[in-house]
Design a protein around this ligand. Sequence first.
Ligand code: AVI
Length: 323
Amino acid sequence: MTKGLSLVERDDQGVDRAFREDVLRGLRQRPKATPARWLYDDAGSELFEDITGLEEYYPTRAETEILDTRGADFAELIGPGRAVVEFGSGSSVKTPLLLSAIAPGAYVPLDIAGDFLRQSAAALGEKFPGLPIYPVEADFMRDTQLPDEVMPLKKLGFFPGSTIGNMVPRTAVDLLRSMRATLGADVGESPMLLIGMDLVKDRDVLEAAYDDARGVTAEFNRNLARRINRELDGTIPVDALRHVARWNDEFARVEMHLQATEAIDFIVSGERFSMAEGETIHTENSHKFTRRSAFLMLGAGGWTPLKRWKDSAGRFSLILAQA
Ligand code: AVI
């Protein structure tokens, strides 16, 4: 059973207004930088799915191991009947592991990539035929009105994959607060949140995870330039942009950049831009956490950690918190 609800604002040409504004603002600033969430159009979402199967990219396997082996803990601590609200659900591949463990009352996948969202919601509906599913096409960075049908149920937010790490701390805290609001904490409910947070580790392991030998992550990064060209009348010479992934120890994050291999000029939405040879567009941060930094961030966002699990190799953590 699925039901759609569209909340993304588009202009007369059908382009997401926020995408245009973020890209133009990001290209005007120095150093150039664009928010990581725009990497995920349909092509970007598919490339990201490919990344999750790469040898070098450990987070998905590590988190899946936790979800696979800790079902009894989830059932005990979370209990049955909650509406599971998944923020940025993508292809929802890890979701069945959680849903089978806790016997939820409904599932609400929330994602900005509408077609992908509906396809994966339909696939999940086949696996859980009796479960009411209400896909919501929305920017999960904003407070979101959940479908009326799930309002009477207690809520569990599900935010796997360490996507929280793709935000700078200030934005991450805003998001955690917004999740509280979306899940009803401000109207007296006591929602829970199950969130994946990747851990600080050896630089080589981290840099390899974001610069794989097959070049899939490089294509994922360059797809942003292709998307800009397609959706914002851009003329970016994509072949003159090199993928760079590097660990920034000061900020505890892996950074992805698109670096100009030569001096280039291009137009986006009628506005002219240039890049010197070696100049970069900073396209993504992937922050890594320690136990302390994870708990500090959750606390700042209004969530109290209840329990933390790690995979057997100690690379990744999943944390259950309460508002
Ligand atoms: C979605 N997010 C958690 C991924 C990450 O690991 O930061 C995105 C990604 N970027 C490159 N590889 C994976």
